[in-house]
Design a protein around this ligand. Structure first.
Ligand code: SF4
Length: 99
């Protein structure tokens, strides 16, 4: 719900899209510890092709960012950002809503 509110208000990391009409075409979680983001993104890429729903960018959730900063989340967000951008050629933005 926080992500959808952030999108509607173009708040937090969504503010960068304030001059654009934006649409979220998919949302997923990390898959549980230790985080399986690469296979999850691969599935979203495949589904996007299947349903003709391309996209420009991937936001890693504020929940993941907080988990890495305040708990013991094993995801290295800078490393996974580089890996996703290299393999899938999609911009990765660290964070979503500001709430
Ligand atoms: S701690 Fe990190 S890897 Fe584990 S469930 Fe939370 S976000 Fe996913």
């Amino acid at each position: 719900m926080k992500c959808f509110k952030g999108i509607a208000e173009k708040a937090g990391e969504y503010e960068r899209w304030k001059d654009y009409d934006i649409e979220v075409i998919s949302m997923d979680d990390c898959g549980g510890c230790p985080g399986i983001l690469m296979p999850k993104v691969a599935i979203i890429m495949d589904m996007g092709k299947l349903y003709d729903r391309d996209f420009d960018a991937i936001h890693l959730g504020t929940c993941i960012m907080k988990a890495t900063q305040t708990a013991k989340c094993p995801i290295d967000v800078e490393d996974i950002k580089k890996k996703i951008e290299t393999k899938f050629n999609k911009e990765v933005i660290l964070g979503t809503h500001p709430y």
